[in-house]
Ligand binder design. Structure first.
Ligand SMILES: C[S@@+](CC[C@H](N)C(=O)[O-])C[C@H]1O[C@@H](n2cnc3c(N)ncnc32)[C@H](O)[C@@H]1O
Length: 259
């Protein structure tokens, strides 16, 4: 920030010397436009780079997880809870570099845990998790179409360093899902808004009360952390909160009854 201000100050100084006050004023819109353009170019080249990394992952693993899909593009049968559809969020895959970074921040020994991805979409996280020695990996997705794509992907998935071979995908609403009774990592990438998160957090709290065990919750793009924050059986172990001005907030919780 300070470097930016210094650079702006130097530019202004040079412009006043070369063009005078009036000339500088006239130049401002052009300067602002080119600064914005520079940022847009830098942003799109980053986005292009990310797209290439994702395409490379899909090609190498023999899967198709990349393209974003809005819930409005999907067909739900009459059995899907209307509230879940209303408060559900679109399919978008966790960026490749994010999952491993968050897993590392949790500091866990994967071989002691199952992993459940709540809102697993086409299954990207299941395949990234399979590179770690989890006991079992389960994807829970309420869209029948996305579940079918995830199942096709699971059938084609190949990776020389695959460490977990038990990958299951279930078509279910996260609010109806019964958490495993073992040590579990629950992963979520912004799957739904507060009304659904409240129900999921209440289910998790009840499950931890009935069967105290080690549960780690990794919540990426954490837009509705409040119900999990309020969960008396969870404590935050690491976070990058939204109010810190970041565009990808995340929170990692661990059950207070762990070990
Ligand atoms: C942002 S995507 C995350 C996909 C995947 N977890 C990943 O990180 O690559 C959110 C997913 O949650 C699913 N979803 C939304 N509401 C749900 C619910 N109530 N139960 C199960 N899945 C849900 C959406 O269909 C979507 O596929």
């Amino acid at each position: 920030m300070i470097r930016l201000l210094k650079r702006a100050q130097n530019t202004l100084h040079r412009s006043l010397e070369n063009h005078g006050a009036l000339g500088t004023l006239r130049l401002v819109p052009r300067a602002a436009k080119s600064a914005v353009l520079r940022r847009v170019r830098r942003f799109s080249s980053k986005a292009r780079e990310a797209g290439e990394i994702e395409a490379r992952f899909d090609r190498a693993a023999g899967v198709d997880t990349a393209a974003t899909i809005e819930l409005a593009q999907l067909q739900f049968d009459g059995q899907t809870d209307k509230e879940s559809i209303k408060h559900g969020l679109r399919y978008q895959a966790t960026p490749i570099e994010v999952f491993d970074a968050l897993l590392a921040r949790s500091g866990i020994d994967c071989s002691r845990y199952e992993l459940v991805d709540l809102g697993s979409g086409k299954g990207r996280v299941l395949f990234m998790a399979a590179m770690h020695p989890f006991r079992r990996i389960t994807g829970v997705e309420f869209s029948p179409e996305l579940t079918r794509i995830a199942q096709e992907n699971a059938g084609k998935f190949k990776a020389p360093r695959q460490a977990c071979h038990e990958i299951v995908t279930v078509c279910a609403d996260a609010t109806q899902y019964a958490f495993p009774n073992t040590a579990t990592v629950i992963y979520m990438y912004n799957p739904f808004t507060a009304p659904i998160m409240e129900r999921v957090a209440a289910n998790l709290e009840r499950s931890l009360r009935e069967n105290p065990r080690d549960v780690v919750v990794i919540y990426y793009n954490a837009r509705c952390p409040e119900p999990l924050d309020a969960c008396s059986r969870l404590r935050e172990v690491a976070s990058q909160r939204a109010q810190q001005g970041r565009d990808d907030p995340w929170v990692i919780y661990r059950s207070t009854t762990s070990n």
